[in-house]
Design a protein around this ligand. Structure first.
Ligand code: SF4
Ligand code: SF4
Length: 461
């Protein structure tokens, strides 16, 4: 085995120029499950904005109004603890699954792989031909055939990029709003129209040009996966014990002197990141399994056992014992369960009313009345996150304090945040150094109640 790959990027030549990859297509036993998974994921992505759960779009990330809907549950911008649990849970899930299954995500579910390998590259292959034909087309001077093929390919890719970009936008502005906007003029909806064009441009850049460079030089997950994995994580790997010494038997040489790798190079030709898996585990390998299918097809022709390149752990490939269950799997698994439990518990006990007491005008914190009474003008801010009309009231157990909210119990429509004046009257004699601390109880007609400590102000005499 050579080690030069360790300081080399396969897709960049020594002068720093990009080496374009023309991967061949191989359809083997792992290609078809990946094909099915990819099209299910694309379908889910496309239909999700059109599905309604409890009268709302199944996934709706309404950034403008700061409301985020997931399958009938609406989160508000103030629900930061849920965000913490979700992001924390996702990070731990990433640790857990990577330590067990390596880069399964990259090869099977990453949007980069799914859209490039199962949407844009098939269009390219259908128009420009197989890898050798694509290479020839790119190398030949511009002529009528090259122009129409490139125009057709980019036109079709732009059409699908438009569908994907519009769907992406539907997650943020709502599918129905999107349709209404599409029926109007772009000048009436300049921001969404510009965003669609920007998303299309980004997709054109990524899937048309940048491609595997994202995985090999930019993706942060590829960078830190080596810390998350160990020699017992699942990888796509080459069995060098069985495969080496590689090569075709020369005249007078017996097959027994050689390993199973006949050095046909097919595993390299099918690789979308252009690497040679026989050099060992590499950051550029997205675990797409194309080399497994490629090598299996060769082994089948030669009548040798399949799996010279296979899903296995590094230990398994070296002929050592595989240990799936190990301390890090238990630790990540335990933390993941803790996050999931906390999220489920919080969701189940979710409080759908949120209230806040805010001081009124800062320059006039109180009014002193002729009868010796002091009035503090406060504001009661109420968020009704439920789907029903709720009525809110305030009370206090402190003697000699009167609270007044106009129109009490104060009605708040579902999904609204309102602010209403709250007047607090008390006798000046209750003040201590111009301050009085009281506790106000805020409650609604659905069982919500909360105690809030408020400092009242008056003259310091
Ligand atoms: S080495 Fe194999 S699994 Fe890794 S990216 Fe290349 S073809 Fe895919
Ligand atoms: S496809 Fe298999 S036999 Fe051919 S070079 Fe790769 S590892 Fe060797």
């Amino acid at each position: 085995m050579t080690d030069t790959f360790r300081d080399t990027l396969y897709t960049i030549d020594h002068s720093g120029r990009r080496k374009w990859v023309y991967p061949s297509l191989v359809r083997g036993r792992l290609y078809w499950p990946r094909f099915v998974v990819a099209y299910i994921l694309m379908l889910v992505y496309l239909v999700m904005p059109w599905i309604k759960v409890a009268g709302q779009q199944a996934i709706f990330l309404n950034i403008v109004n700061r409301r985020f809907v997931f399958f009938g549950v609406e989160f508000w911008a103030t629900d930061t603890f849920y965000l913490f649990l979700v992001l924390g849970g996702l990070a731990i899930a990433l640790f857990f699954f990577t330590s067990l299954f390596g880069r399964l995500w990259c090869g099977w579910a990453c949007p980069e792989t799914v859209f490039l390998e199962f949407l844009f590259r098939p269009i390219e292959r259908a128009i420009e031909g197989n890898s050798a034909q694509r290479l020839r087309l790119d190398q030949q001077p511009w002529n009528f055939t090259k122009i129409w093929k490139k125009l057709l390919k980019h036109g079709l890719c732009a059409f699908f990029a438009w569908i994907l970009a519009s769907t992406f936008l539907a997650y943020f502005i709502g599918a129905e709003t999107l349709i209404q906007m599409m029926q109007g003029s772009p000048t009436d909806n300049l921001v969404p129209f510009s965003l669609t064009i920007i998303f299309m441009g980004l997709m054109g850049f990524q899937f048309g040009w940048f491609r595997e460079q994202f995985c090999t030089v930019l993706c942060p997950y590829a960078r830190f996966q080596s810390v998350l994995m160990d020699s017992n994580s699942l990888v796509v790997g080459y069995d060098s014990v069985r495969g080496e010494p590689r090569g075709k038997a020369k005249k007078g040489q017996s097959d027994q002197e050689l390993g199973d790798c006949v050095d046909c190079g097919l595993c390299v030709r099918v690789c979308p990141t252009g690497i040679d898996i026989r050099n060992g585990m590499q950051l550029e390998c997205i675990n797409c399994t194309a080399c497994i299918d490629a090598c299996d097809s060769i082994m089948q022709k030669l009548g040798r056992p399949l799996g010279l390149i296979r899903y296995d752990t590094e230990n398994g490939l070296n002929g050592e014992r595989r240990r799936i269950l190990r301390p890090r799997v238990f630790i990540y698994g335990f933390i993941l369960i803790a996050f999931l439990t906390a999220f489920a518990f919080k969701l189940n006990n979710r409080v759908l009313s949120e209230t806040q007491i805010i001081r009124g005008a800062r320059d006039v914190p109180y009014s002193a009345l002729a009868n010796g009474q002091i009035t503090n003008h406060l504001h009661l801010k109420i968020s009704n996150k439920s789907k029903q009309l709720r009525h809110y009231s305030v009370s206090t157990s402190e003697p000699g304090i009167s609270l007044l909210v106009p129109n009490s119990p104060y009605p708040v429509e579902p999904g609204l945040i309102v602010t209403t004046p709250l007047f607090v009257n008390f006798d000046k004699s209750k003040l201590n150094a111009g301050k009085l601390k009281i506790v106000i109880k805020i409650s609604d007609d659905s069982g919500y109640s909360e105690l809030r400590e408020v400092t009242l102000l008056g003259p310091d005499e």
